[in-house]
Design a protein. Structure first.
Lengths: 399, 599
């Protein structure tokens, strides 16, 4: 199914993403596809997930260079299912010898047995949702864990030889101050993890936090304060040797998340599990976001793909631009042109010049990057450039 | 062929919604012109927009039969629009009639347009039959209303006919009265042909359908005709009548109303108001035509999203061939590009034309705020007329700015007089006269700057009189005033399409209101945007749209890409509805925001 002709696109590295759609409870801000576990049996899903994983891995002829198991919270699975899942994943890892194998974990759901299973499957990186070191902020977010779970979680992973650890932090939480944010950053840095992701809280459609906001029972963080928090994070983390390599991601040298880099460079990845997306040989697909229908589809047709789209032309250029600009490494114009057929200097030249004039982008030796100031308003820059690229296409269609 | 003595030509005129079209329905039904099965409300309102809005926009005609005193009569009726914007349609209708039915709502009584339309009929020397309609309404007080009309217009109350266009009551008497009281058309059947073109429509298959009313002579298929003003000659291919469906007849003769086809392709070749005669046997004098419709408000139409200037031009040409009551000419704006400056009879007319353009030609229109014509006196003693503030010459060469004034009649229940007077004061009105129509109702006469009442005066009047007030106006002259051109600067650039001409006393309030509204319309950018209202070099109001400090999505991973792209796709579509002025994106709605009433 995926052995289509590899186009002239520079795509050799393929990631593998697996989505485990369960959590203990649903956090107030979360719009990932995940359902609260309750007493739900997880083995029917895990059985299909294994089928999906084996099928996808089997049909892909190239090399899988990264693996990322996310969700949801993969670590909430009961032991037997957890074991079954990671034995299948361990097989894939054994065959492909990926350069990185990450698993998302909630600090409160980690224990020695599970850690042992992860380590023996070949997992070498753990990403934990820390979010905040302040109980009241965690409460606003409706997170289950408490700050005191974070350090033990990190220590446990290290004990099992998993040294590469990411901690997620959230800023812009209602009630958060610049001081509490600085404290969360400081404590995280002091743990010595090699990767920190700082996310500005967003109000996604359909989440409880969004309805609270609409109902007026929640006062959102002031835009200026949020910008200050973002700038503070960049400053503190840089000061402690973490380089920002994507808008929200900071890493010690050599510790950037290879799997996520595949997304941001707009390269190939396979997806398995409910709601997982994939992008292989120019085709994007997305699985059904429903456990029941996922099970049915895997059983009846052997896959759970609901949407599929070949991305070409301005859409491809637009996507690539949208992702690559998030990276501090920026867009290499030559590569961009050979891959998408669109010369950005040609279609957005005057816009880039104007943005450069305002100090929002840098154009240096064939590479376009956002500056610190530009990163703060990245969405509006991307939106403008995206429109330029499409306008240029519409023009050339007309003539 | 029917004897001319048994032909009656008449129009139905009234204030808006007093029941003209519904009465026409009853007349058509009564005479059997259309069957009950074919009947639908306001049958003659055949334009989609007329049916949706429940108002008549174009005058419509029909020919019906009626027996009176054992004699068959042929009645040509014209249903006219009531709205002030379309008064010229009424004037035009008069030229094809000897009489009118002046309808007055038995519950509402005389309204501003009742008076205005009645005057048009009087001026045209038409016989007026007063019809008090809607007598079925519980709130009806027909006798009082008849007396009110007598008081205002001097029409004898005792001659009024009472009808209900809803139940059909009084329709027979009305038709009898038409036969008895409206004079037969005069004219010479043996004289050389003189037919007045009182309207013309474009039919894609048949070319121009001329609506004619014959004064003298006879016309039939095969005749070679000449239009007296334009001077072009054509061969008649068909003549017919509206029953109300067009039906071909062997000939039309003096006194009759009908249509005439002569292979004329476009409206450009027809002059409404022109007289048709026979080329072989021409009349010496043409009939007196009518004044061309007078455009009172002007605004620019620019191509909107997905529309190119040539598409818009084509759409305007096509619509103009169907309705030549608006004008258009090419115009270039720094802010909006190439478009058309259009003239309309009023605001409703403007909205209707825009709606019809978008509907009938599938184009998108960006419209600027409407303005009236100003007369500019220059230093060299000459005058020019400008139809947009952006046409204002350099102020150093301007001696004086004159604005159009109109005479306006407002009719209200007497306890609202105070409210109306204070509203008129606010609009720089000059109160001229107060006239009691009855102990409880008053007609106030004013002179107003047209620019003060043409946009939202009617809404304001409605709201300060609990919906009872009505107004009608007509242009009288241009008068000098302390007027200034107010410029709006967005990010230090004057946006020509946003300029307005205002009275100096109101400049600050107006300027402030304008930029506050603009501030709401323009979204934040990556940089700060100053908004200023200025008279010449003097800034009289300012606001700032702050730059956003943070505008970035925290997360974007593999599963988000398609969704994020759809979002960008949507934003891209949104940008198309923006006009780029300098580096600022101004939504198209902002150009109309000048017009919106105060919040
Ligand atoms: N009760 C009652 N309602 C009537 C009568 N005549 C008309 N109406 C209603 O009054 C409203 C306006 O009627 P129209 O016939 O559209 O009025 P019009 O004078 O043609 O209006 P314009 O063309 O917009 O000037 C409609 O809702 C009619 O149904 C009547 O005799 N009695
Ligand atoms: S744990 Fe993560 S995936 Fe689960 S609900 Fe919370 S934020 Fe969402
Ligand atoms: Mg009508």
């Amino acid at each position: 199914m995926w052995d289509g002709v590899l186009s002239n696109e520079v795509m050799s590295e393929c990631g593998f993403y697996v989505h485990v759609p369960f959590c203990e409870t649903k956090c107030g801000y979360c719009d990932f596809y995940s359902v609260p576990l309750m007493d739900r049996p997880t083995s029917p899903l895990v059985a299909r997930l294994v089928t999906d994983i084996e099928g996808r891995a089997g049909e892909y002829s190239g090399d899988i260079v990264t693996m990322f198991i996310g969700g949801g919270t993969p670590t909430v699975l009961p032991i037997s299912d957890f074991r079954a899942l990671f034995s299948a994943l361990g097989d894939v890892a054994g065959t492909h010898k990926p350069r990185e194998f990450s698993v998302e974990a909630n600090p409160a759901t980690l224990d020695e047995v599970k850690m042992e299973i992860l380590a023996s499957a070949g997992v070498d990186r753990i990403s934990m949702g820390g979010q905040s070191w302040h109980p009241s902020e965690l409460e606003t977010l409706e997170r289950l864990h408490s700050p005191s779970d974070i350090a033990p979680g990190v220590a446990l992973a290290r004990r099992f030889g998993i040294g590469r650890i990411n901690l997620d932090l959230i800023f812009g939480i209602p009630g958060q101050t610049l001081e509490t944010w600085a404290e969360s950053l400081r404590k995280t840095i002091d743990l010595g993890v090699d990767h920190i992701a700082c996310y500005g809280l967003t109000y996604e459609a359909g989440t409880r936090l969004t309805s609270q906001l609409r109902a007026g029972v929640l006062t959102p963080c002031d835009e200026n304060l949020e910008a200050d928090m973002f700038e503070l994070a960049v400053e503190m983390l840089r000061g402690d040797g973490y380089a920002q390599y994507e808008i929200s991601n900071f890493a010690r040298p050599g510790q950037a998340c290879l799997h996520n880099l595949i997304y941001w460079r707009n390269d190939m990845y396979i997806g398995a599990g409910p709601s997982a997306a994939g992008y292989v040989d120019g085709v994007r697909y997305k699985n059904v976001s429903d456990v029941g229908r996922y099970v049915q589809m895997i059983d009846s047709v052997g896959h759970a793909v609901l949407q599929k789209e070949r991305v070409t032309g301005a859409a491809l250029a637009g996507e690539t631009l949208m992702m690559q600009l998030r990276l501090n490494e920026g867009i290499a114009l030559g590569l961009f042109a050979s891959r998408t057929g669109i010369d950005l200097q040609q279609v957005c030249g005057s816009r880039l010049e104007m943005l450069r004039g305002r100090g929002l982008v840098d154009v240096l030796e064939d590479v376009v990057r956002l500056t610190d100031a530009g990163r703060l308003v990245a969405d509006s820059i991307i939106s403008d450039l995206y429109a330029d690229v499409h306008a240029a296409e519409a023009l050339s269609d007309r003539s | 062929m029917i004897d001319r003595g048994f032909i009656r030509n008449f129009s139905i005129i009234a204030h808006i919604d007093h029941g003209k079209s519904t009465l026409a329905d009853r007349l058509l039904e009564h005479s059997g012109a259309i069957t009950k099965r074919e009947m639908r409300d306001q049958f003659l309102d055949d334009m989609d927009l007329e049916r949706e809005m429940g108002i008549t926009i174009k005058a419509n005609r029909a020919t019906i039969q009626h027996k009176y005193n054992g004699q068959a009569y042929m009645l040509n009726l014209l249903d006219t629009p009531g709205h002030v914007d379309f008064h010229y349609e009424v004037s035009r209708a008069m030229a094809a009639c000897e009489g009118v039915l002046l309808l007055v709502d038995a519950a509402q009584g005389v309204q501003a347009h009742t008076v205005a339309n009645a005057y048009i009929a009087v001026e045209a020397n038409c016989e007026i039959i007063l019809v008090i309609n809607k007598i079925d309404l519980p709130a009806a007080h027909p006798e009082e209303v008849a007396l009110e009309v007598e008081q205002v217009l001097g029409l004898a109350a005792e001659d009024a006919v009472f009808t209900s266009a809803k139940t059909g009551e009084g329709i027979d008497e009305l038709l009898d009265a038409v036969c008895a009281r409206i004079p037969a058309p005069i004219g010479e059947i043996n004289a050389p042909l003189r037919a007045l073109i009182y309207d013309a429509k474009t039919d894609i298959h048949r070319g121009i359908i001329n609506h004619v009313r014959l004064k003298d002579g006879v016309v039939k298929r095969g005749d070679k005709i000449r239009t007296m003003a334009v001077g072009s000659e054509h061969i008649v291919t068909e003549v017919g009548k509206f029953t109300p469906k067009p039906v071909a007849v062997p000939q039309l003769s003096a006194g009759e109303v009908g249509y005439l086809l002569a292979g004329i392709k476009t409206l450009v070749d027809v002059n409404i108001g022109d007289t048709i005669t026979l080329a072989t046997h021409p009349a010496s004098e043409p009939l007196s035509g009518y004044e061309a419709p007078n455009q009172m408000v002007f605004c620019d139409f620019y191509p909107g999203p997905g529309t190119q200037t040539p598409d818009l031009r084509e759409a305007m040409e096509k619509l103009w061939l169907n309705d030549s009551s608006f004008t258009y000419e090419p115009v270039t704006s720094d802010a909006l590009g190439i478009g058309f400056r259009c003239g309309f009879l009023g605001l409703l007319h403007m909205k209707i034309i825009q709606e019809r353009l978008e509907r009938e030609s599938d184009v998108n229109v960006v419209q600027t705020a409407p303005t009236v014509t100003y007369e500019i006196g220059l230093n060299d003693g000459t005058f020019i007329h400008i139809q947009s503030p952006s046409e204002m010459p350099d102020m150093s060469s301007v001696q004086e700015i004159r604005e159009p004034f109109c005479r306006a009649n407002v009719i209200v229940p007497s306890h609202f007089v105070g409210a109306v007077l204070s509203l008129s004061l606010d609009r720089r009105g000059i109160h001229k006269k107060t006239e009691y129509l009855s102990p409880t109702r008053v007609m106030l006469s004013f002179e107003f700057p047209l620019g003060e009442i043409i946009y939202d005066f009617y809404d304001k009047l409605k709201s300060c009189t609990k919906g009872y007030g009505t107004v009608d106006y007509e242009l009288i002259d241009f008068r000098g005033g302390d007027l200034v051109k107010l410029d709006i600067l967005v990010n230090a650039m004057a946006v020509d399409a946003l300029s307005v001409i205002v009275h100096r006393d109101k400049a600050v309030t107006r300027g402030r209101r304008l930029i506050i509204r603009l501030k709401k319309e323009i979204s934040r950018h990556q940089f700060e945007i100053p908004l200023q209202a200025a008279i010449g070099a003097k800034v009289i109001a300012r606001e700032t749209i702050k730059a956003f400090r943070k505008n970035v999505t925290a997360k974007c991973y593999g599963g988000d890409i398609s969704r994020k792209r759809k979002l960008l796709e949507k934003q891209k579509e949104g940008k198309k509805r923006m006009k780029q002025v300098g580096n600022v994106e101004i939504p198209q709605g902002a150009f109309m925001s000048i017009l919106e009433p105060d919040d």
